[in-house]
Design a protein around this ligand. Structure first.
Ligand code: 3HC
Length: 283
């Protein structure tokens, strides 16, 4: 029975997962690399809860209850009694493996470990632990409080018991989970990322203006965001990282990053988070 949930990483994804899990009544323990990043994550959650109050979807007492259920720490050792720990740090295999290796030693035997990775093999992350059967992928989408999907990823070793506990957890936080295999990009990113890369390639080749490409897909296909805006939203660095993982895996030009994307990332144009991507953003 999952009651206490640990979150490692309080960036955009981790703070979103913390928020939805606390809103669903779970006890949360969250950490990141240092007090400053932790307080930024909590500030983001507070901002989202304040917006919900403004819209009449939450009352001030509800906000205090949710924030009261979120404890933070700078010590991974405090995660020992969590029933589920979800890692949501940046996409770096070595860093993630270090965290899982530590968590495996610290957490009680029943604790389920999960990664929110968008592109790294879950089985590779599980391999540094002695609990491969209690290891699963829980891939949320951005912005977490809004997007209904969670891909629940089963590795070759994930036990049925672990998988169904993770699946039920995703439902309990108000999401609609889908069953995904441990293949690169799971279901959504293996379809989404080539589409974004094609849009960038077409833009680079002069097919149309950025606005017309985006409006074309929004107004012609009913997408909430055009592909260039969506790439800015996901992060150009994240998109490039995923494309490189896919290309390495499939060796298929379909997944090759367009030169423009790499040039922009190298120039520090990371999208919305850096203030400039295909569009400019006021920070
Ligand atoms: N956090 C929390 N809530 C947010 C939010 C955020 N960052 N951004 C918007 N919202 C909420 C708003 O408060 C609003 O809530 P309400 O309905 O209760 O009033 C609702 O979302 C709609 O927001 P807006 O009216 O301000 O703006 P839009 O209607 O343009 O919606 C959007 C914004 C939800 C981001 C929409 O444009 C959208 O769905 N875009 C596509 C996002 C997408 O495709 N995400 C997946 C990316 S891929 C991924 O995450 C996988 C990874 O591995 C790469």
């Amino acid at each position: 029975m999952i009651k206490k949930v640990g979150i490692v990483g309080l960036g955009q994804m981790g703070s979103g997962i913390t928020q939805v899990a606390a809103q669903a009544g779970f006890a949360l323990l969250a950490t990141d690399a240092g007090e400053e990043i932790i307080s930024r994550g909590i500030k983001n959650i507070t901002k989202q809860l304040d917006k919900a109050i403004e819209k009449g979807k939450l009352d001030p007492a509800g906000k205090e209850k949710i924030l009261g259920d979120i404890k933070t720490t700078t010590e991974l050792h405090d995660f020992a009694d969590c029933d589920l720990v979800i890692e949501a740090i940046t996409e770096n295999m070595t860093a993630k493996k270090e965290i899982f290796s530590e968590l495996d030693k610290i957490c009680k035997p029943e604790t389920i470990l999960a990664s929110n990775t968008s592109s790294l093999p879950i089985g590779d992350l599980a391999s540094v632990t002695k609990r491969r059967d209690r290891f699963v992928g829980l891939h949320f989408f951005n912005p977490v409080p809004v997007m209904k999907l969670v891909e629940v990823v089963k590795t070759l070793d994930t036990s049925d018991e672990t998988y169904s506990a993770a699946f039920e957890f995703a439902k309990a936080v108000g999401k609609s989970p889908v069953r995904a295999k441990d293949t690169p990009g799971f279901i959504v990113n293996v379809l989404l990322i080539p589409y974004l890369l094609d849009a960038i390639r077409q833009y680079e080749n002069g097919l149309a203006s950025r606005e017309d490409i985006d409006n074309g897909m929004m107004l012609g296909c009913g997408h909430p965001m055009g592909p260039l805006t969506l790439t800015d939203f996901i992060g150009l660095d994240t998109t490039l990282y995923i494309a490189d993982v896919f290309f390495e895996e499939f060796k298929d030009s379909h997944y090759a990053a367009p030169p423009l994307l790499r040039r922009m990332v190298n120039a520090g144009y990371l999208g919305k988070k850096s203030g400039r991507g295909f569009y400019e953003y006021i920070k």
